[in-house]
Design a binder for this molecule. Structure first.
Ligand code: SF4
Length: 333
């Protein structure tokens, strides 16, 4: 918001680009989980574009982004986040879009030293070089720390009015936001995608290990954001909703997975991912019963539904806590 407003103040016409990689945090989990209902159920990018009065273009890059996640030239950050490669990829895509649509230069909201991998003094130029954007990429919030770009040299924007923010603190940004009258904005914390989340990275690594290859599709990565993931055996895992909103979300995947619903007691919806045997399905049903209201009963009736829609019922003994080794649980929250 700040970077756009700084260049808009020069009379520059701006449009926005938003990249959908499938790993984005925004607009997904908040929309699913009831627990997060106090958070605004808005798409922050759309909301920001509306506040700024700019046109916004969504770019679905799920397929092309896969290679960035799987083979990052510059490696990963603390988890599975290929931040430097990701920035290069997005700026390169933005450059293509810019050229195709007759725009003159690119801006980002990057701040020198704000992120440990992709926003360092030595890595900001790599993004410019490897994306091909070179001096067409202006970072208005920290431009004074960086060599002048073409828009500054040509006087399209005034370098003196660019900013010199640096470091991880956000005080100057918050002060500038206040000056611009921005009272509400996305909280500036953590990474912008799930690849920076250690538990998510653990689940994605487990998925790859279980399949014996590092592939994924959109449903895989969306499901990793939802529910409790428990893997009793290498050939299957159980995804158990932690709340009603997640349960409804998992129901949407019934045609792709064996699903389990508790009938005799209140209980969570669940999916089985993998190739479970009948014995595995029974074990999964006992596990699901463990998380329902019948957890202390001697028998819980569950419905097993195949992806084709055929159903059968099973009476199972809910699993006792001591029967569930900690190593089965891939996500504890
Ligand atoms: S945190 Fe941001 S820069 Fe890093 S990989 Fe995710 S989307 Fe890309």
């Amino acid at each position: 918001m700040l970077a756009v407003r700084v260049v808009q103040d020069h009379g520059v016409y701006v449009e926005g680009l938003n990249f959908f990689t499938g790993f984005c945090v925004e607009g997904h989990t908040h929309a699913i989980r009831k627990k997060d209902k106090a958070k605004p159920q808005r798409n922050n990018t759309l909301w920001v574009a509306e506040r700024l009065g700019i046109k916004l273009h969504f770019m679905d890059v799920v397929d092309d982004y896969r290679d960035i996640v799987l083979n990052p030239r510059y490696g990963y950050g603390a988890n599975l986040n290929p931040c430097l490669d990701c920035k290069i990829f997005m700026v390169e895509r933005a450059l293509r879009w810019m050229n195709a649509h007759g725009f003159d230069f690119l801006i980002t909201g990057e701040v020198l030293g704000q992120r440990p991998k992709s926003q360092r003094k030595d890595t900001l130029p790599i993004v410019q070089r490897d994306s091909g954007a070179d001096d067409l990429l202006l970072r208005p919030l920290c431009a004074k720390h960086l060599p002048p770009t073409l828009p500054e040299r040509e006087g399209w924007v005034d370098r003196q009015r660019m900013l010199d923010f640096s470091g991880r603190g956000r005080k100057p940004q918050i002060a500038l936001a206040r000056e611009y009258g921005f009272e509400d904005y996305a909280q500036p914390a953590g990474g912008c995608c799930f690849l920076t989340d250690p538990q998510y990275a653990e689940k994605l690594t487990d998925l790859w290990n279980s399949r014996g290859d590092r592939s994924y599709d959109l449903d895989d990565i969306m499901l990793l954001k939802v529910g409790r993931h428990i893997r009793p055996c290498p050939n299957f895992k159980v995804i158990i909703a932690r709340e009603e909103g997640e349960g409804r979300y998992l129901q949407g995947y019934r045609k792709g997975y064996v699903s389990i619903t508790t009938l005799s007691h209140g209980g969570p919806d669940a999916l089985i991912d993998g190739a479970p045997t009948d014995e595995d399905i029974e074990l999964a049903a006992r596990l699901v019963a463990r998380y329902g209201q019948g957890r202390n009963c001697s028998s819980v009736r569950v419905q097993i539904r195949s992806p084709s829609g055929s159903t059968r019922e099973l009476d199972v003994l809910p699993m006792r806590p001591h029967e569930i080794p900690e190593s089965w649980t891939l996500s504890k929250r």
